[in-house]
Design a protein around this ligand. Structure first.
Ligand code: GLC
Length: 826
């Protein structure tokens, strides 16, 4: 009897407990619909949806759970992003429709579910009909119907393959020394992806950016074949839906929301040498001098944590660096800029001014009882600046004054996940959020980005018109506005090098173009062969930096013997020769968000071959230079040649037909590289650092196309200041029309005068000598010249010496650097 009574009581308590056991709760029937200038607000018993149009290609979907206030603070989006009124809306008995010039959003009323289609009615993306947007407690997920052939790319700094289908990912910035090649999450979060599928015979693509910084989870059909989904553990479900017919168009729209890079200083595009740590000052100078003695070009040298007094930020270790200003100015004379590491942890130590000021002015993250949070990092117990507090950002920015005054121009933000020993930053720690208040749960993923922001804004102000260089480890969508990013503490292994390649490609798709990885691997010691391969590949990375952990063997270009030193010198020479092309690609990134290092998925998203495990590492620099990376134990590889133009071996000009796969030789000296027909690649003579002037000739390599019209922008400015914002740049468009057989240099725009006075046009793969050629109507002749990009060739002549056997023979035409439109016709 007692037993039965207890059972009854127990079942009653279960029933009465009601929603103690949280169930999935989806958006139900629309109860009210209210149109407004930029979209529509729809309320159901579960929550509110506000759909806002931002452009013909961008609609924001914002779901707030009933009983919550709508959350509008976003660090990811640009401050000046404005909604648009350019759309038509109409309502029927079962749906509300918003139609822009590019797409149709249809919101069914019962239940509220989302469908995006093209203007001709082709499905782009729709909710999983049973679940749509749903809550489990405070956690909210949007479920999208998975299409059988759907592929997913993007997500930024994530391990895994180029196609994310079948995988799941978490965004929670994590300090992960020597992360395994399948680790997730690691340092940075960019909750943005692109979906690709064929619907009703049409190739369709879209982008989704979930703008919420709580811990989030993305599922691309992992452990299910029904939906793709994105979940955030708290806050509102805010996502921007982007539709475009090309991946570059999607990236352009995405970066119109989250912003683009501003031009970094040109010197930061030179080679960067780092170590944990170079000290004392004599050692730093020795490294710099060795680059010059060995004629290996380089521009930047780093000081890691040992330059400080007891790892205290904004201090110097006086024994190791008694005269920082003197050392930095000597380095400057040698053509080196100095970058220093800056971690967020401020040592708790009476009398240490950063600590005293932070406590006094209330600038640190706090527990709910208003005491400063204390956690351990390099200096021991530390407080952490609250970078979501505008006062903290201003104070932080001003704190760089002394570093700027001694001549530092590079600021390397590390440990900003934020990292603490033990990795358990307590969730109750409070963040200001511009005075709106929040906890670590929401602040964690944006901490690194806000630190980079404060560093960028502060040093930019202090430098009074000069560009600072900022590098960060952690970040969130939008970090590209402030900083370059590197992929953290990688490992000296072939697998890690290949993973790094995929991550740089994926970061580019996620709107972060200024990226690099530690060349040689941070943890562990690479073999000679691995270092040689890594530096050959790293020479093409937007951020080209070698770095290595304390106690590991040296990782300078000369540390692995003469053969590797020669390889490193050759590839770094190539990088410096290509700086006009690389810098022009940076300019493009600043205008459209297009990455410099591009996954083939950007240009060929529907070519299934590029996702093949054998080819997924191939990437291009700018539009037309394709690298086919090879690991350190292989001496040949198979390459896929996408598109519809021929490809030319970069070192020999031998031709490969588009759509084919071929084995190519890859001795250690030769990283397979190919140029697509139609490409125009501007280069300069070899320099030892960017402060040195190249010769007066700009070498413009043009590769024969089958047909069609291609173009390339060449952008120059002083590389150092913001005077380009006032017109001090030179921006020239070059157009090559294979059908009409002409190359046109349009009149350069802007009022910056480049030091180049001559252009040597070097024609690759042009079977017939352009006969009867004329420049603006005056007939002229091409000369035969020989080019070699491979140091292994004797009499190496990178840019066009006299015609010789065994070299790439090209036709060369010299013209004065155009001031007005100049056409070459043959
Ligand atoms: C972290 C960084 C690494 C740096 C080290 C010491 O591990 O990722 O690059 O060298 O800290 O500052």
């Amino acid at each position: 009897m007692l037993h039965r009574l207890l059972l009854l009581l127990f079942s009653c308590s279960m029933a009465c407990a009601g929603d103690v056991y949280q169930k999935n709760q989806s958006m139900g029937k629309a109860e009210s619909i209210k149109a407004f200038d930029h979209g529509v607000e729809i309320k159901t018993a579960e929550g509110t949806l506000i759909a806002t149009v931002f452009s013909p290609t961008i609609i924001k979907m914002h779901f707030t759970k009933k009983s919550r206030e709508s959350d509008t603070l976003s660090y990811a989006k640009r401050h000046d992003l404005q909604p648009s009124k350019a759309f038509k809306a109409n309502e029927s008995s079962d749906a509300y429709r918003i139609e822009t010039d590019s797409l149709i959003l249809s919101i069914s009323k019962n239940p509220v579910r989302i469908r995006f289609s093209t203007k001709s009615g082709i499905l782009i993306n729709e909710d999983e009909s049973a679940f749509g947007t749903s809550w489990i407690g405070e956690e909210v997920t949007t479920y999208k119907k998975l299409i059988s052939d759907e592929k997913f790319i993007g997500m930024g700094e994530k391990t895994g393959g180029l196609n994310r289908r079948g995988e799941g990912f978490t965004h929670w910035n994590t300090d992960y020394f020597g992360y395994p090649t399948n680790a997730d999450p690691i340092y940075m979060s960019t909750p943005f992806y692109i979906g690709l599928h064929e619907s009703q015979g049409a190739k369709v693509m879209y982008g989704i950016f979930m703008d919420n910084s709580y811990k989030s989870h993305f599922n691309f059909g992992a452990s299910n074949d029904r939906f793709s989904s994105f979940t955030t553990e708290d806050g509102d479900m805010v996502y921007y839906f982007i539709y475009h017919t090309t991946v570059p168009g999607i990236i352009e729209s995405y970066t119109s929301i989250t912003g683009r890079i501003t031009l970094p200083p040109l010197w930061s595009l030179g080679f960067q040498q780092c170590r944990y740590s170079y000290y004392p000052d004599k050692e730093v100078l020795r490294i710099a001098e060795t680059f010059r003695e060995k004629k290996i070009p380089a521009d930047v040298i780093y000081l890691d944590i040992h330059y400080m007094d007891k790892y205290k930020i904004f201090t110097w270790n006086q024994d190791r660096f008694p005269d920082p200003k003197g050392m930095i100015s000597t380095l400057k004379q040698k053509g080196f800029n100095t970058a220093v590491i800056i971690d967020p942890g401020i040592k708790v130590e009476k009398g240490y001014s950063a600590y005293e000021q932070g406590v006094e002015q209330n600038l640190f993250l706090k527990y709910p009882d208003a005491t400063d949070y204390t956690g351990q990092v390099w200096p021991g117990w530390c407080h952490f600046p609250d970078f979501t507090n505008p006062d903290t950002r201003t104070w932080w920015g001003n704190s760089f004054k002394d570093l700027v005054d001694v001549g530092i121009r590079g600021f390397w933000n590390d440990m900003n996940e934020p990292a603490t020993w033990g990795q358990r930053f307590p969730d109750l720690v409070e963040f200001s959020f511009e005075g709106l208040k929040g906890t670590h749960r929401r602040g964690h993923n944006v901490y690194g980005m806000q630190m980079a922001r404060a560093t960028f804004e502060g040093t930019k102000d202090l430098l009074k018109g000069e560009r600072p260089f900022i590098l960060t480890r952690a970040g969130f969508s939008g970090v590209q506005r402030y900083s370059a990013v590197w992929t953290g503490d990688n490992v000296s292994s072939d697998d890690h090098m290949m993973l790094g390649i995929r991550m740089l490609s994926s970061l580019g798709i996620a709107g972060v173009p200024y990226v690099g990885m530690d060349i040689g691997g941070f943890s562990g010691n690479p073999s000679k062969e691995l270092f040689a391969r890594w530096i050959s590949i790293g020479a093409f990375a937007p951020l080209s930096r070698a770095h290595v952990c304390v106690d590991n063997k040296d990782q300078e270009p000369w540390s692995f013997g003469e053969r590797v030193e020669d390889i490193a010198r050759n590839y770094l020479n190539l990088r410096y020769m290509m700086l006009p092309y690389i810098y022009s690609s940076f300019h493009e990134a600043s205008q459209s968000g297009m990455p410099i290092w591009r996954s083939l998925a950007i240009e060929y998203p529907f070519d299934s071959k590029i996702y093949d495990g054998r080819y997924q590492h191939q990437f291009t620099i700018g539009k037309g230079l394709m690298i086919a990376p090879v690991n350190s134990v292989q001496e040949f590889t198979k390459v896929y040649f996408p598109g519809s133009q021929p490809w030319y071996d970069f070192y020999s000009d031998s031709k490969y037909a588009p759509g084919t796969e071929d084995h190519v030789d890859a001795p250690l000296e030769k990283l397979p590289a190919f140029v697509q027909g139609g490409s125009i690649i501007p280069m300069q003579s070899i320099i030892q650092h960017t402060g040195e002037k190249s010769s007066d000739t700009l070498f413009v390599h043009v590769y024969a196309a089958n047909s069609g019209i291609t173009n390339q922008q060449i952008y120059h400015d002083d590389g150092l200041t913001y005077s380009y914002e006032k017109g001090a740049y030179s921006h020239m468009n070059i157009i090559y029309d294979a059908g009409k057989k002409n190359i046109t240099f349009e009149a350069p725009k802007g009022n910056y005068k480049t030091h180049h006075s001559v252009i040597a046009i070097l024609l690759h793969g042009f079977d017939e000598v352009p006969k009867g050629m004329n420049i603006n109507g005056t007939s002229t002749k091409a000369e035969k010249r020989s080019v070699s990009f491979m140091k292994a060739l004797s009499n190496f002549d990178p840019l066009g010496g006299p015609a010789r056997e065994g070299f790439m023979n090209v036709q060369a035409i010299h013209i004065p650097y155009p001031k007005a439109k100049t056409s070459i016709q043959w």
